[in-house]
Design a protein around this ligand. Structure first.
Ligand code: HEM
Length: 378
C-alpha cells in the first residue's frame, strides 16, 4: 500500500531525504532515474516536482484523487515551484472565495481581463511550451505585468494573490482562468464548460515577449484583429463573440489611454469610480454591448475602433447583428469561445485536464416512477 507522506511545515533537507527514501522504497527503478532530474533537495519545489514527475506520478496521482497526498505547508509565492498540478477540491474552494471577492469588490471585469490577457499571448505557430505562450500563469511576473497592454492588471493579481496563498495546490494558470470564468457566470453570463489542470511556468524568463495582445486603435482594425486572433487559432465568430466580454467593465485613460476619466455611469462606482464603460449596466453580462455599439446613441458609452469594426466588416457584422438580436445565440457562442480561449497554449496535467463540476459518474440514476408504467396512459 502506498505510504502517505504528510509534512506540515517547510521541508528540511532531512525531510526531503525521507521523501526520497520512501519514494525509492516504493518505486526503486523510477526513483533512481527521477533523482537525476530533481532540482535540489533543499528546495521546496522539488517536493512538488516529485509529485508531478512523469516517473513517479502513479504514486501521487492515486493519492491526490483521494485527497490524501503530499502536504508541504504554505510556501507558495509568485516565484512558485516548477512542476505544479492543481487539486480539484482546492479549486472548488477557491471558486467560493472568488465569489466572495466578487461580491465585496465588484471586480468581475478586471478578473475577466486577467484571464484573457494570460491566455491571449498564445501563438499557434510555436509548438514548444511555454514559448508558445497562452494560459500558463506567466502574467504573474512583473516583466509581463509591465507590458503596456496589461496596464492596471496588477490590481487583479493583488486580489487573487491571497487566494493563491490560501490554496497552494492551485496553479496561477488555473486560478486566473477560474477567476475569469467565475466572474462571467456571477455577472449573469453563461455557464462556461471549463477544464483545469494547467501547469505554471516557473520563472520570468518564460514570459512571452511584449506585443502579442491586440491594440485598440490600429490603422486597419479588422486586419489587426484577424492577425492577432488567427495567430491564436481563433476565427471571425470567436473574435466577435469574445469581444462581447466588453459588456463588462470600463476603460480608463490612466491605464490604457482609452476612454473618458468618468461618465454618468461610472462616477459613483461600484468599485473604484471612474472610467468609461461600453454599456450602461457594466457589471451585468448580457448582449447590450452589441446593441449599444450598433445604436451609438450615448456619448457616455465607449466604442473603441476595434469594437466599431464589428459592425463594419462584412464577416464580423454577420455575427454582431445576430448577437444584438439574440442573447441566447451570443451566450452559446461566447461560452464555447471563452472555454477555447482559456485552454490556449496550456499544458494540462493530466493531459486531458479535469472538470470541477459534477461529472457523469456522479449523476444519480433516474428514479423509477411506477405509475408511468402501470397506468398505461401518460
Ligand atoms: C478584440 C480586441 C480587444 C481589444 C483591442 C481590447 C481592448 C481593451 C481596452 C483598451 C480595455 C481598457 C483597459 C483599461 O483601460 O483598464 C479593455 C478592457 C477590458 N477588456 Fe478588452 N480588448 C479586446 C478583447 C477582449 C476580450 C477577448 C476580452 C475577454 C474575453 C476582453 C475583456 C475586457 C474586459 C472585461 C475589460 C474591462 C476591464 C476593467 O473594467 O477593468 N477584451 N479591453
Amino acid at each position: 500500500m502506498a505510504e502517505r507522506l504528510n509534512l506540515t511545515s517547510s521541508p528540511s533537507a532531512s525531510s526531503m531525504a525521507s521523501v526520497r527514501a520512501a519514494a525509492a522504497r516504493l518505486f526503486p527503478a523510477t526513483a533512481k532515474a527521477a533523482r537525476l532530474s530533481f532540482p535540489s533537495v533543499s528546495s521546496p519545489s522539488s517536493l512538488k516536482c516529485l509529485r508531478s514527475s512523469p516517473l513517479l506520478s502513479p504514486l501521487f496521482l492515486h493519492q491526490k484523487r483521494s485527497s490524501a497526498y503530499l502536504s508541504i505547508g504554505n510556501f507558495s509565492t509568485v516565484a512558485s515551484p516548477k512542476c505544479f498540478v492543481s487539486d480539484p477540491d482546492q479549486l472548488k474552494s477557491a471558486r467560493e472565495d472568488i465569489k466572495e471577492i466578487l461580491k465585496a469588490t465588484f471586480c468581475h471585469p478586471i478578473l475577466v481581463r486577467l484571464g484573457w490577457h494570460d491566455a491571449g499571448t498564445y501563438n499557434k505557430n510555436i509548438e514548444e511550451w511555454p514559448q508558445r505562450g497562452g494560459a500558463n500563469g506567466s502574467l504573474r511576473f512583473e516583466i509581463e505585468l509591465k507590458h503596456a497592454a496589461n496596464a492596471g492588471l496588477v490590481n487583479a493579481l493583488k486580489l487573487i494573490q491571497p487566494i493563491k496563498e490560501k490554496y497552494s495546490d492551485v496553479t496561477y494558470a488555473d486560478l486566473f482562468q477560474l477567476a475569469s470564468a467565475t466572474a462571467v457566470e456571477e455577472a449573469g453570463g453563461p455557464k462556461i464548460p471549463m477544464k483545469y489542470g494547467r501547469v505554471d511556468v516557473s520563472g520570468p524568463e518564460q514570459c512571452p515577449e511584449e506585443g502579442r495582445l491586440p491594440s485598440a486603435g490600429p490603422p486597419s482594425p479588422a486586419a489587426h484583429l484577424r492577425d492577432v486572433f488567427y495567430r491564436m487559432g481563433l476565427n471571425d465568430k470567436e473574435i466577435v463573440a469574445l469581444s462581447g466580454a466588453h459588456t463588462l467593465g470600463r476603460s480608463r485613460p490612466d491605464r490604457s489611454g482609452w476612454g473618458k476619466p468618468e461618465t454618468k455611469y461610472t462616477k459613483d462606482g461600484p468599485g473604484a469610480p471612474g472610467g468609461q464603460s461600453w454599456t450602461v449596466q457594466w457589471l451585468k453580462f448580457d448582449n447590450s454591448y452589441f446593441k449599444d455599439i450598433k445604436q451609438r446613441k450615448d456619448e457616455d458609452l465607449l466604442v473603441l475602433p476595434t469594437d466599431a469594426v464589428l459592425f463594419e466588416d462584412p464577416s464580423f457584422k454577420e455575427y454582431a447583428e445576430k448577437y444584438a438580436e439574440d442573447q441566447d445565440a451570443f451566450f452559446k457562442d461566447y461560452a464555447e469561445a471563452h472555454a477555447k480561449l482559456s485552454n490556449l497554449g496550456a499544458k494540462f496535467d493530466p493531459p486531458e485536464g479535469f472538470s470541477i463540476d459534477s461529472s457523469p459518474t456522479t449523476v444519480q440514476p433516474e428514479k423509477f416512477v411506477a405509475a408511468k408504467y402501470s397506468s398505461g396512459k401518460d
